[in-house]
Write a protein that binds this ligand. Structure first.
Ligand code: HEC
Ligand code: HEC
Length: 227
C-alpha cells in the first residue's frame, strides 16, 4: 500500500469503506445463511430440494439465475403461489435476494458418499456429509435417444454437461443434478404457456416435441451427475 500513489490509495480506502460498493460486489453470505433458514422448510437445509420434485434443488445453481427467479416471483412474472408470501418486498428486499442467492450458489453437493476410512471414521461427520449428497436416480428412458435429443435441441444453451451457463441476454439454469419430476413439471408449464422459457413462442416449440423425447432426455440428464 505504501508505494501506491496517495490519490489511488485514498480512492481504494473510500471504496472499501463505502457500504453501497460492498453491497454491490460482495453479497453477505452470513445473512444469506440466516435467510436460508426460511427456505429450508421447503427446499431443505442445504438447498437439496425434494426428490418428488415438489421443491427444486437450489444448491450450486448460478447465483444470478437464482436471483433472477426470485425477482420474477416477486413481480409475478413467474407464478409461484406457495412461495409468493416469502418474496414480497418486505420479506425479501433486493439485498436479501442477492445474499440468499449467493449463499445457495456456494453450497456444493456431492453425488455420492466418499468411501469409509476406518482410521478416521466419525459417525457425526458422516451423517452431516450424507445431508449434502444428492444423486438423481436413473430416470426410465432410452439413454442413446435422450443424449441425441438433448445434444441437438438443448445443449447449446444448457451446456453439453447440463450445468447451464449465462449469456449476455440471460442466465440459463443447470438441468443435470435437478430433480427429474421438477424438470418435467416445468416442461409441462412451458408447454402450457405458463412458464416463460427463452422466447415467447417456446410453448409451441415445446409442444412439438413428444413426451417420449422428453422422458428419454430426462433419462440422459439423470446420469450426467453420476461422475
Ligand atoms: C412454502 C414452500 C417454499 C418456501 C418456504 C420457499 N420456496 Fe422456493 N419454491 C417453492 C416451490 C413449490 C417451487 C417450485 C415452483 C414451480 O414448480 O414452478 C420453488 C422454486 C424456487 C426457485 C426456482 C428454482 C429454479 O430452478 O427455477 C427458487 C430460486 C427458489 N424457490 C428460492 C427460494 C428461496 C431463496 C427461498 C427462501 C427465501 C424459498 N425458495 C422458499 C416453495 C418454497
Ligand atoms: C436458446 C437457449 C435455450 C435453449 C435452446 C433451451 N433452453 Fe431451456 N432455458 C433457457 C433459459 C434462458 C431458461 C431460464 C428461463 C427463466 O429465466 O425462467 C431455461 C429454463 C429451462 C427450464 C427450467 C429449469 C428450472 O430450473 O426451472 C427447463 C426445464 C428447460 N429450460 C428445458 C429445456 C429443454 C428440455 C431444452 C431442449 C428441448 C431447452 N431447455 C432448450 C434457454 C434455453
Amino acid at each position: 500500500m505504501q508505494r501506491l500513489p496517495a490519490a489511488f490509495a485514498l480512492t481504494f480506502a473510500l471504496l472499501l469503506a463505502s457500504p453501497t460498493w460492498a453491497a454491490e460486489e460482495e453479497p453477505d453470505l452470513e445473512l444469506g445463511e440466516k435467510i436460508n433458514m426460511t427456505c429450508a422448510g421447503c427446499h431443505g437445509e442445504n438447498g437439496q430440494g425434494k426428490p418428488n420434485g415438489e421443491y427444486p434443488r437450489l444448491a450450486g445453481m448460478d447465483a444470478r439465475y437464482l436471483a433472477a427467479q426470485l425477482r420474477d416471483f416477486k413481480s409475478r412474472k413467474r407464478l409461484n403461489i406457495p412461495m409468493f408470501p416469502y418474496t414480497t418486498e418486505r420479506e425479501l428486499p433486493e439485498e436479501d435476494i442477492r445474499a440468499v442467492a449467493a449463499y445457495l450458489a456456494s453450497i456444493r453437493l456431492k453425488s455420492r458418499m466418499p468411501p469409509v476410512n476406518e482410521n478416521t471414521f466419525d459417525a457425526l461427520e458422516r451423517l452431516k456429509l450424507s445431508r449434502r449428497i444428492l444423486n438423481i436416480p436413473r430416470y426410465p428412458g432410452d439413454l442413446v435417444k435422450g443424449k441425441r435429443f438433448y445434444r441437438k435441441e438443448c445443449s447449446n444453451c444448457h451446456g453439453r454437461d447440463g450445468r447451464g451457463k449465462h449469456t449476455r441476454k440471460n442466465f440459463i439454469p443447470m438441468l443435470a443434478g435437478q430433480h427429474s419430476a421438477y424438470l418435467l413439471r416445468q416442461i409441462s408449464l412451458i408447454r402450457a404457456g405458463k412458464r416463460f422459457h427463452d422466447e415467447p413462442d417456446d410453448d409451441e416449440l415445446f409442444s412439438a416435441y413428444s413426451d417420449e423425447e422428453f422422458s428419454d432426455m430426462l433419462a440422459y440428464l439423470s446420469i450426467l451427475d453420476d461422475e
